[in-house]
Design a protein around this ligand. Structure first.
Ligand code: GRF
Length: 205
């Protein structure tokens, strides 16, 4: 097996996607090494998970976004993996993790079929709109909100569901499968990128 890809995970809260990534690494379905966990919130459960796993748990408060870059330097991550990180990554990080092919080595998971419902409460929005399907997207970050090139998407039917928490429960199960599975090829950077009408586009090969 090739050398594990060094990743730093960024999480603001519960950390269930972080846990799913840890599990996938320990069962060897994801070839990565988590070099640090960064959170902007002291009460984030993700920090506790990291400490319990012996992963460096770094608290960097929200108003000091640029500090992420300096703090992570000694850990030398190749990729940043956002998992419920409620901040936009700053220009310094975008620049530092930019590959010479034009994409950034920063991933995110979002609980909707982007470009529908960027931002907050996406499962609730799908439910409130009366959508018949909801879904999950894994994408690379850019300077916008949930707007970077899409790597993977999966949908699920929400017809007949009676609450947004039901949508969220089903969605989270999907997230925990889709994120590690997608990271497995994205971290290897075995994909092609195209520029289509000014928009960078990832094609898995
Ligand atoms: C997930 O729904 C993720 O898609 C979104 O924020 C939530 C984080 O959940 N970006 P967790 O912290 O991974 O449990």
């Amino acid at each position: 097996m090739s050398k594990p890809v060094r990743i730093a995970v960024l999480a603001s809260g519960r950390g269930s996607n972080f846990e799913a990534i840890i599990r996938s690494i320990s069962t060897q379905s994801l070839n990565a090494e988590i070099v640090a966990l960064v959170s902007d919130r002291a009460e984030a459960r993700a920090l506790e998970i990291a400490r319990a796993e012996g992963i460096p748990a770094l608290l960097i408060p929200s108003n000091k976004n640029d500090e992420i870059f300096e703090t992570l330097k000694p850990y030398a991550p190749r990729f940043l993996v956002m998992a419920g990180f409620m901040r936009i990554v700053g220009p310094k990080l975008l620049h530092h993790f930019r590959s010479d092919k034009g994409y950034t080595r920063i991933t995110n998971i979002h609980p909707s079929l982007l470009p529908a419902f960027p931002g907050l409460n996406s499962y609730s929005q799908a439910f409130n709109y009366g959508c018949k399907v909801a879904g999950v997207t894994v994408h690379l970050a850019d300077s916008g909100v949930d707007s970077g090139p899409i790597c993977a998407q999966e949908s699920f039917s929400i017809e007949g569901m009676t609450s947004s928490s039901e949508v969220e429960k089903k969605g989270l199960e999907l997230e925990h499968r889709l994120y590690p599975k997608t990271l497995n090829w994205v971290l290897k950077e075995e994909f092609k990128v195209e520029m289509n009408e000014g928009r960078l586009c990832v094609r898995s090969s």
